[in-house]
Design a protein around this ligand. Structure first.
Ligand code: AVI
Length: 332
């Protein structure tokens, strides 16, 4: 079962190699700053390691967001109202999604995910938990506009995008996604959808760097698994023992960056192509942007959403924002 982060449909060549994965890796390793898109971190092993990360002492976002979802149910109910179709961008978490659904009495639940197996499994688990709720999973790439099932055509919509996954995108991609969400939820056809979105907040560098470089080395394994995956799936010869996990706060861009650093000069091949790295050179594998109240607002507004309400956890680490699709009108 592979959780892919919902970003592309799988297209394999005759040898069973994922063409998009190979294309991204070969292009990314050919750049001056080597980089591989973060979505490739999530093969089966990577998805399991990410689950393990969410339980780590140092990794606060999952606990902080869950605290908000647990504590603010009545406010969600009052602001969102009953009977909406909840459209979740991603398969849904076994903890967070039930907390929201229990709070607001939705009319239906529509999880969207590119990975059909994972989607069907988590939708079935949810149907069991909420026997009276209509659940309509849709296998689709939610980075583009998705046609929702006819069954929810007459219902008002609430988009749900927890986890601060939006932070894993550069601003341009994040804005494209927010606009696609508007379109998926019907905002361009006279509907007035809402969006409940998790956004992690800027905080002390030490806290952030520890969250992405934990003492037990689980995040290091998560990062190194990408190199192992390249070796496994793309006939690679990357010497894993010559790579080290690095998580650094980039203050200029307000983001944690994960890199794989070469600890000595290395040469290797991937899918028959030769590459080299000097000691100290890195492969950039993930960005995790952190937001301030204002930068979160700016991003949402750029994507066509007007923030209406926000909640933070008791330690002020993480925010959940309720936004309303901005009406189409001339700017003042
Ligand atoms: C999925 N995403 C929101 C995680 C994050 O915090 O950016 C991915 C992650 N990478 C390392 N640790 C967690």
């Amino acid at each position: 079962m592979t959780k892919t982060n919902g970003l592309a449909l799988v297209d394999r060549d005759d040898d069973g190699v994922d063409r998009a994965f190979r294309g991204d890796v070969l292009a990314g390793l050919s750049q001056r700053q080597k980089a591989v898109p973060a979505r490739w971190l999530y093969d089966d092993a990577g998805s399991q390691l990410f689950e393990d990360i969410t339980d780590l002492e140092e990794y606060y976002p999952t606990r902080a967001e869950t605290e908000i979802l647990k504590g603010r149910g009545e406010e969600f109910a009052a602001l969102i109202g009953a009977g909406r179709a909840v459209v979740e961008f991603g398969s849904g978490s076994s903890v967070k999604t039930p907390l929201l659904l229990r709070a607001i009495e939705p009319g239906a639940y529509v999880p969207l995910d590119i990975s059909g197996d994972f989607l069907r499994e988590s939708a079935a688990a949810l149907s069991e938990k909420f026997p009276g709720l209509a659940v309509h999973p849709v296998e689709a790439d939610f980075m583009r506009e998705v046609a929702l099932p006819d069954e929810v055509a007459g219902m008002e919509k609430l988009g749900f995008f927890p986890g601060s996954t939006i932070g894993n995108m550069v601003a341009r991609t994040a804005v494209d996604l927010l606009r696609s969400m508007r379109a998926t939820l019907g905002a361009d056809h006279g509907e007035a959808p809402l969006l409940l979105i998790g956004m992690d907040l800027v905080k002390d560098r030490e806290v952030l760097e520890a969250a992405y470089d934990d003492a037990r080395g689980v995040t290091a394994e998560f990062n190194l698994n990408l190199a192992r995956r390249i070796n496994r799936e793309l006939d690679g010869t990357i010497p894993i023992d010559a790579l080290e996990h690095q998580a650094v706060w980039n203050d200029e861009f307000a983001r944690i960056e994960m890199h794989l650093v070469a600890t000595r000069d290395i040469a290797f091949s991937v899918s028959g192509r030769e590459f080299a790295m000097k000691a100290g050179e890195t492969i950039h594998t993930e960005n995790s942007h952190k937001f301030t109240r204002r930068s979160a607002n700016t991003l949402l507004l750029a994507g066509g959403w007007t923030p209406r309400e926000r909640w933070t956890d008791s330690k002020g680490r993480f925010s959940l924002i309720l936004a309303e699709a901005t009406e189409k009108r001339e700017a003042p």
